[in-house]
Ligand binder design. Structure first.
Ligand code: TYD
Ligand code: MG
Length: 436
């Protein structure tokens, strides 16, 4: 707490990070709080704890299977990415499963939401809509109960009129979200808060909200591509290693059940140097995707290392390993690496594919388009074991690939009639096998 205006936070040293907050006496009547006696864990009733399902597989899975009554979920993403579209489609599904949904729209009028619902073929059965931004009006409605699911689109538009600061400021977001989350728990409805984040970084709002809610889902993608990813970054009730894939179409978001087919759709099977297909497990599901590298002599100054879709520090590290352990001097070359389709991959199992793509481009030797390469590369050039190798193998076989290069340990304990398994121990050996 800082009692007066200050430019710098004296706790963390950050500039301009402090926000003014009004202290308002709570207008709620201070009823004597009922003290709940501790109970035996084995006797806690789970009666009210069966969750809601939308029936949209890509959505439910990311939520951990079901949505629990009383829980709160933040759906965050850049403006225009499709958050309102996604949540309206989900609301339509929840509604057709006989759940009462309340859609509080602070940004769009009821008519605007209706136009979108019509376009998305969402009947609106069991969905009530209210165009509200005043926290008190909203809480009054929610106090009455009767809803299984409440959507607030967006939390940045909601505010307490007693505050001087406008909606969207840190104090307002904290107050509004806090009240809504509390009500969700009390009245047993599931709550979706929609939050905008900006490209430059994450605005104070959603970051602050992450601590308050049970689950945080990021909806991402970019304007040049039509796919959208739903990625959990926190989930108290499920795994954060899931990934929902959707395609944005004029008729709304369509779940992509087979992401490999989708992301490899532009992959042409002609031999080209610098192109390698890898099997990356984002979540529990393997996605086959093409990694492209371009190595060319630097025209001036320090050579450039440009990474698209993978971490640029990881790329620098991999290039150092390639020089030192793989015996491939990169010299004065520019190196560009990108993931086809603009997808972002965070899993280290793509290391070996990135490095082979780079060497393929450097030497101008194509790699067989029927081959998949997966493996993490360690600092001494060793190829380290990766998880879910069996899933990567079966996905590759399913899509008609003929060979897969994997860490030796994985191959030793596996058999496949459908695809040739090649186990490798080190980067050096892999390069020998492919290029020499
Ligand atoms: P929207 O859901 O309004 O984004 P957000 O709530 O995250 O700000 O979606 C905005 C974009 O999505 C808009 O530019 C148009 C596009 N869109 C489609 O391509 N198809 C559709 O069916 C809909 C409803 C939107
Ligand atoms: Mg919106």
């Amino acid at each position: 707490m800082h009692p007066r205006w200050q430019g710098q936070c004296r706790d963390c040293g950050e500039w301009n990070s402090l926000a003014e907050e009004q202290v308002v006496k709570s207008s709620r009547k201070s009823k004597a709080t009922k003290i709940e006696k501790p109970q035996k864990l084995s006797e806690v009733s789970l009666e009210k704890f069966s969750g809601f399902k939308s029936g949209i597989g890509e959505f439910d899975r990311v939520l951990g299977g079901t949505l629990l009554p009383g829980s709160s979920v933040l759906l965050a993403g850049e403006p225009g990415i499709g958050k309102s579209t996604l949540i309206l489609q989900a609301a339509g599904q929840y509604g057709s499963n006989n759940l009462n949904v309340l859609y509080i729209s602070g940004e769009e009028s009821a008519a605007q939401v209706k136009v979108r619902a019509d376009r998305l073929k969402v009947s609106g059965e069991n969905i009530s809509i209210a165009n509200l931004t005043d926290l008190h009006a909203i809480t009054a409605i929610l106090e009455e109960g009767g809803y299984h699911l409440v959507i607030v689109d967006s939390i940045q538009t909601i505010g307490n009129r007693q505050f001087d600061s406008p909606p969207g400021t840190v104090g307002q977001i904290r107050e509004s979200a806090g009240r809504l989350i509390e009500l969700a728990k009390k009245n047993d409805f599931a709550l979706f808060l929609i939050g905008h984040v900006t490209k430059e970084g994450i605005v104070a709002g959603p970051k602050l909200l992450e601590h308050m809610v049970d689950a945080v889902l990021y909806f991402e993608g970019d304007n040049q591509h039509f796919y959208r990813l739903l990625r959990p970054v926190k989930n108290r009730f499920g795994s954060i290693f899931e990934l929902g894939v959707f395609e944005m179409t004029p008729l709304g978001l369509i779940p992509v059940d087979n992401p490999s087919n989708f992301f490899l759709s532009g992959y042409n099977e002609q031999e080209r140097s610098g192109s390698v297909v890898t099997a990356s497990c984002e979540g529990n599901r393997p996605i086959l995707i093409e990694i492209q590298a371009l190595v060319s002599p630097a025209t001036y100054g320090t050579p450039q290392r440009v990474a698209g879709g993978i971490d640029s520090k990881r790329l620098s590290l991999l290039l150092a390993i390639l020089e030192k352990r793989g015996g491939v001097p990169m010299g004065n070359n520019d190196v560009f690496v990108s993931i086809a389709g603009g997808l972002k991959l965070t899993e280290p199992s793509i290391d070996l594919a990135v490095l082979t793509a780079i060497v393929s481009s450097l030497r101008d030797i194509p790699i067989s388009p029927k081959m998949v390469i997966s493996g993490e590369v360690g600092l001494s050039g060793e190829v380290r074991p990766i998880g879910m190798a069996d899933r990567r193998v079966s996905e590759s076989a399913k899509l008609g690939f003929e060979k897969i290069i994997l860490p030796k340990q994985a191959v030793d304990s596996m058999k496949s009639k459908k695809i040739e398994l090649i186990g490798v121990e080190s980067l050096e050996k892999t390069l020998e096998l492919i290029f020499w």
